[in-house]
Design a protein around this ligand. Structure first.
Ligand SMILES: [Ca+2]
Ligand SMILES: [Ca+2]
Length: 506
């Protein structure tokens, strides 16, 4: 919600992979609420196990300096029978929004000027019109205002549980109905109670349980942001029929030490267990920072801003309500905090000659560029086009080149790149007339960092080989992405691509 990745590609159930360092975490020494791992029962059990077989385990990271953040257990409470119970979980907090007004023991109503975040257009106000309780629902209402001079402004609603329900591990279930209309941006998300503990955003972390851009209410996004440089991992759920605006849908997070799972209507859309924060090995915080501190819940309806863009004349502000039926929060009896960061494993080359690019020559029968093979064609941002294989060559046709270079895009994801390695990247390409194309290799889970910088190549009408060498300066990334971007350029002429080769040279 605070910041959004520049390039969002819709797909059904896109499950993100991690993009993180495999460096051992440097133990942090200044955490206020920590205990040594040797005080946990887990440590005692592992000692008993190793006595039977005295294999020396002393090569583990320095146990004596490893400090673990204890979970904070909220008191277990009784709720009405209507609240769903989950095996292994206790109810610790809820709001059914059943009363006449918002329960201010649970919620703060945010007041903020317009443009405070992401160039959003709304001001958040607390005047009873943008935040209210009605018919068992919390209603966040976006209102369009127009003064005598025709100047348009917007007010809307935002509530938080800051200092009223701060959670460190648990399960949150929110039932909500989103509005429809360009420029409306409802969100269910979490920020740290103490944003300064690990440093300013994105180091402090951010958990987005649900975001919907209401010109497309078939799609929800679940995302974590963290690190420095900024990294993110995102799950997307796209409905084949119906929409998230057609009724109440359930959005949930299960957050445990070292793992978060995001659900939409009970369907797992994202599992994350690999993240980091800090800038380098020297100041990398001990895993699972930053997601080992208290976070509070936020519900809001933004208008405009960098991600959705502005509302247009079709956005109906008589129907611009984000409604929340309930929020239920649960915790387990016990959370084991003795967790380690998963090792990043990078797959090997696709071919024995060292090429990492699958179906580099477009000879596979599986390729239809719709996600069934290794290559995928996308058009977004008003781009219109198509892609097919003709005589074992990828042919990309453009009708409308759209507003950005990735409006017409041809990609292969899940390319493994190793920190410090040097790669040679080459492909053959040509066109029906001289025109430009941008080639690059990016890190979608690292804010689309350019591992290979954007290379604008001018294609001619005869086949030519383009070759680049680059050194991977980011953290090990199992999910880098080869991109050919063909939008917003000099021509809509067909582009032909073949023999895409990426090999490690040292
Ligand atoms: Ca309710
Ligand atoms: Ca070929």
């Amino acid at each position: 919600m605070k910041k959004v990745t520049a390039l969002l590609i819709a797909g059904t159930m896109v499950l993100s992979l991690a993009s993180c360092s495999s460096d051992p975490a440097t133990p942090e020494t200044s955490e206020p609420t920590t205990v040594a791992s040797t005080e946990t029962t887990e440590a005692t059990e592992s000692v008993e196990e190793t006595t039977a077989e005295p294999t020396i385990e002393e090569t583990e990271p320095a146990e004596t300096t490893r400090k673990l953040t204890e979970p904070i257990y909220l008191p277990v409470i009784e709720g009405p029978d209507s609240i769903e119970q989950y095996e292994g979980y206790n109810l610790v907090w809820f709001d059914e929004f059943d009363g006449e007004e918002l329960n201010l023991d649970n919620w703060n109503v945010t007041v903020a000027r317009e443009g405070a975040n992401n160039s959003e257009l709304q001001a958040y106000v607390d005047n009873g019109e943008t935040v209210y309780v009605q018919d068992g629902h919390l209603v966040l209402n976006a209102i369009k205002h127009e003064d005598e001079d025709g100047k348009v402004s917007y007010t809307s609603g935002k509530v938080t549980t800051f200092n009223k329900m701060d959670l460190l591990y648990g399960k949150i279930v929110v039932s909500a109905k989103v509005p429809e209309g360009r420029g409306l941006w409802p969100a269910i998300w979490m920020m740290p109670t103490n944003e300064r503990r690990f440093g300013t955003w994105p180091k402090c972390g951010e958990i987005d349980i649900m975001e919907i851009i209401c010109q497309d209410t078939k799609t929800t996004y679940s995302t974590i942001h963290y690190g420095n440089p900024h990294a993110s991992q995102q799950g997307i759920m796209k409905l084949d029929s119906g929409s998230f605006a057609d009724g109440f849908h359930e959005y949930a997070l299960e957050w445990e030490p070292g793992e978060m799972r995001f659900y939409t209507d009970g369907v797992l859309v994202l599992t994350v267990n690999d993240w980091f924060t800090g800038t380098s090995e020297n100041n990398t915080m001990q895993y699972p920072a930053p997601f080992n501190q208290e976070f509070y819940l936020q519900l809001n309806l933004a208008v405009g801003g960098t991600w959705p863009g502005d509302p247009d004349e079709n956005t109906d502000f008589t129907k611009s309500q984000f409604e929340i039926d309930y929020v239920h929060v649960y915790q387990k009896d016990y959370y084991d905090t003795d967790v380690y960061k998963p090792e990043v494993t990078l797959r090997g080359p696709a071919y024995t000659d060292g090429n990492y690019v699958f179906d580099y020559d477009f000879s596979s029968e599986e390729e239809d560029f719709n996600g069934n093979g290794k290559w995928t064609y996308y058009n977004v941002e008003d781009g219109v086009g198509s892609a097919e294989i003709v005589d074992q060559v990828a042919v990309i046709s453009t009708e409308d080149q759209g507003s950005v270079d990735y409006a017409i895009q041809f990609v292969q994801p899940n390319i493994p790149l190793k920190q410090g390695s040097t790669y040679k990247y080459s492909f053959e390409a040509w066109s029906d007339e001289e025109r430009d194309m941008v080639a690059c290799i990016t890190g979608p889970n690292a804010d689309y960092i350019r591992y290979l910088e954007d290379q604008t190549v001018t294609l001619g009408t005869s086949k030519k080989t383009y070759e680049f060498e680059f050194t991977m300066n980011g953290f090990d990334d199992p999910a880098a992405r080869i991109e050919f971007n063909m939008g917003a350029t000099s021509s809509t002429a067909n582009i032909y691509i073949d023999n895409v080769v990426l090999v490690e040279v040292e």
